[in-house]
Design a binder for this molecule. Structure first.
Ligand code: ARG
Length: 652
């Protein structure tokens, strides 16, 4: 059930005689901000009155006159400038909530037109350490997968891992030149990550010395020259000259800073004699690493053998993280899978007249974009864009996809705009969505790093979450009024769910497009909009049954019914009936935070109910009714959290 949608349908018919775009105005029916005036509110009379050059209250009256909601609402009221306030009938609410107690789907109807939706999420670049950005993609993607599946769509998840990129050339170069065989034998993935980092550092050093520093110095010189000229030739009293001088001085300062920071990183590098020696012995490392990639791609036997050797180890390490997170995929078709198809993709684009040569490269030119979408570089190599086009073709042909969602960092926005536009022109006119998300920041509001300055590896991060959760769970258990209740194994199990759940919820409860600050204390707080709070809420409601010696199933299957007498009971019932609405909203906007905020609100409604309506001290039908409300609260919280990939515990 989706009460908002039902009311909008009713409004749409009521508005049909007043305007030719009734749906637009019906969309202005929303849950009321202030429940004092009702449960829902329609704000359509004011804008419609403007369009009709009529008085808003008169238009509101006309709408109400046409409106047929008497089966679910009390008589609508017109308030203020023309708001229409709607209060649901308590007998209707009672009937609905009783129906939902016996519904496995908790009142959530499957969608009328199920679609085949491919979701592309996680997609780390293997053999590089997986970082928090990929965690974000994994968590948001997995939640959307579950939400859309629950709605009744056919959803296919595909982990488009980067297993064919330039990092392999770097690792192969590292392997051939810097391998520590013992370390590799003991833990291949860690050694490969070290090699990757080492080759990166050495290449960066040479780039800084040979390219970045000289060009920064040159730019500084240009600024200084321009400034000197301007100082000599202009009248500093004149306003525009003053402005120009100020701008040039700022340019000099910022260029000085750039030079300084490059010099500093060069000095820091050279302070390590071992590194310096390696750098001196490998002056051409960046080019040679690129060459290794090119050799791999063109079928060089040795490099292909190494790739075949590295990949399984990398995938096993990835799988460990996914198991821990409880994230899975229907397919893992990485970039390498599409390699054999890339030539044909470019040929097809050329044949359609979409791609053409420009400065040796093959490009698609799109009206809305200045930069071309390059599908074959001037050295003949295919790239990220080509692979993504092949992937779209495959998903259309093999999966029959109606929609394709890409849960990827906002910074790739332009890539996806160009990709979708090219795919449409190519003939794949599907529902493409870049489900973009912001950056994970540290408390200092800069991209999240460890103390050592490395990007944070995921495994250690999850370990830390669980360790911290264990402290919290233990403290909480020890402070219980009748002494601790959990043995150590239970505490550990709870800590795993609280720790991992905390990391996920923190990520999900923020509008995905915002950057989000990774803060342990906030993440695991037992109060506030956190997984910990939600999990404790669930366990507390569930605890009522064991404390009172009741069995949830038995009560649900008895002929007890819910009666809504107290305002807090009514409020809770209404919140529980809005589950479907929350799921629809989260799905249609592809924003899991709409579901977390619904669950948080519901947990709060439950709190008020629990304060105002005693459950265990009540008796007879009232008690049965309240127990049924508790049971439904448990089921909604548990199902809602499960859709977000967050587990609950019966006892905490
Ligand atoms: N491997 C890419 C990265 O880490 C993300 C891939 C996203 N999916 C895609 N089909 N392009 O940046």
């Amino acid at each position: 059930m989706n009460i908002s949608a039902e009311l909008r349908r009713r409004f749409e018919s009521a508005l049909a005689t007043l305007t030719d775009d009734p749906a637009e105005y019906a969309a202005l029916v929303r849950p009321a901000q202030n429940t004092q005036f009702g449960d829902y509110q329609a704000n359509c009379a004011m804008p419609l009155a403007k369009k009709l050059s009529d008085k808003p209250r008169d238009v509101a009256a006309k709408i109400v006159e046409n409106l047929d909601v008497s089966d679910l609402c009390e008589t609508p009221e017109i308030a203020g400038p023309g708001f229409i306030n709607l209060k649901l009938r308590t007998d209707w609410l009672t009937e609905q909530v009783n129906a939902v107690t016996h519904d496995d789907r908790l009142g959530v109807k499957p969608v009328a037109n199920p679609q085949t939706i491919v979701i592309d999420y996680s997609a780390p670049n293997v053999a590089k350490p997986m970082h928090v950005g990929h965690l974000r993609s994994s968590v948001i993607g997995a939640a959307l997968y579950k939400i859309l599946t629950f709605q009744g769509h056919k959803v296919i998840s595909d982990n488009h891992i980067g297993d064919w990129g330039t990092q392999f050339g770097m690792i192969i170069y590292g392997y051939k030149n810097f391998l520590n065989p013992e370390a590799y034998k003991a833990d291949a993935v860690t050694e490969l990550a070290r090699l990757y980092r080492l080759v990166n550092i050495l290449s960066d050093y040479h780039e800084n010395v040979n390219e970045k520093l000289p060009s920064a110095k040159q730019r500084l010189q240009e600024f200084e020259q321009q400034l000197a000229d301007a100082e000599a030739n202009s009248d500093p009293a004149e306003k525009s000259a003053k402005k120009k001088l100020k701008k040039l001085r700022a340019g000099v300062t910022s260029q000085e800073k750039a030079v300084q920071s490059l010099q500093q990183s060069i000095e820091k590098f050279e302070a390590d004699p071992e590194l310096k020696e390696l750098a001196d012995n490998h002056p051409d490392i960046a080019r040679l690493a690129r060459l290794e990639t090119a050799k791999l791609h063109s079928g060089d036997e040795e490099n292909r053998r190494l790739w075949d050797e590295f990949l399984p180890a990398c995938l096993t390490a990835l799988q460990k993280v996914y198991d821990r997170l409880g994230v899975s995929f229907d397919h893992t078709l990485g970039e390498s899978f599409y390699d054999p198809m890339l030539g044909e993709v470019v040929e097809a684009l050329e044949a359609k007249g979409l791609a053409s040569e420009s400065k040796g490269a093959t490009c698609v030119f799109l009206d809305q974009f200045e930069a071309p979408f390059i599908v074959r570089k001037s050295d003949g190599a295919y790239n990220y864009a080509t692979t993504d086009l092949a992937t779209i073709q495959y998903r259309v042909n093999e999966f029959n996809a109606d929609a394709m969602l890409y849960v990827v960092d906002s910074r790739q926005g332009d890539h996806f705009k160009m990709l979708f536009e090219t795919a449409r022109k190519w003939g794949h006119d599907k529902n493409f969505q870049h489900v973009n998300f912001g950056t994970v920041l540290g408390k200092d509001r800069r991209p999240f790093k460890t103390r050592a300055g490395d990007t944070v590896g995921l495994e250690s991060l999850l370990d830390e979450a669980v360790n911290r959760a264990y402290q919290i769970v233990t403290e909480n258990d020890k402070s219980k009024p009748n002494g601790p209740e959990l043995d150590d194994a239970t505490r550990k199990d709870v800590a795993e769910k609280v720790g991992i759940g905390g990391v996920k919820y923190a990520d999900l409860h923020i509008n995905r497009e915002s950057d989000y600050v990774f803060d342990w204390d906030q993440m695991l707080a037992t109060n506030g909009d956190t997984a910990t709070y939600m999990q404790y809420s669930y366990a507390r409601v569930n605890g009522i049954f064991s404390r009172g010696g009741f069995d949830r199933e038995t009560i649900r299957n008895s002929n007890a019914t819910i009666q809504l007498q107290e305002p807090a009971e009514r409020e809770l019932a209404l919140a529980l009936l809005k589950f479907g609405e929350a799921i629809d909203d989260a799905a249609s906007e592809l924003r899991p935070h709409l579901l977390t905020s619904y669950l948080f609100e519901t947990a709060n409604k439950y709190s008020t109910f629990y304060e105002q309506c005693s459950v265990l001290k009540s008796e007879g039908d009232v008690q049965q009714s309240r127990l049924l409300l508790c049971d439904l609260t448990c089921r909604v919280l548990q199902q809602g959290l499960a859709l977000l990939g967050i587990e609950t515990c019966e006892r905490m």
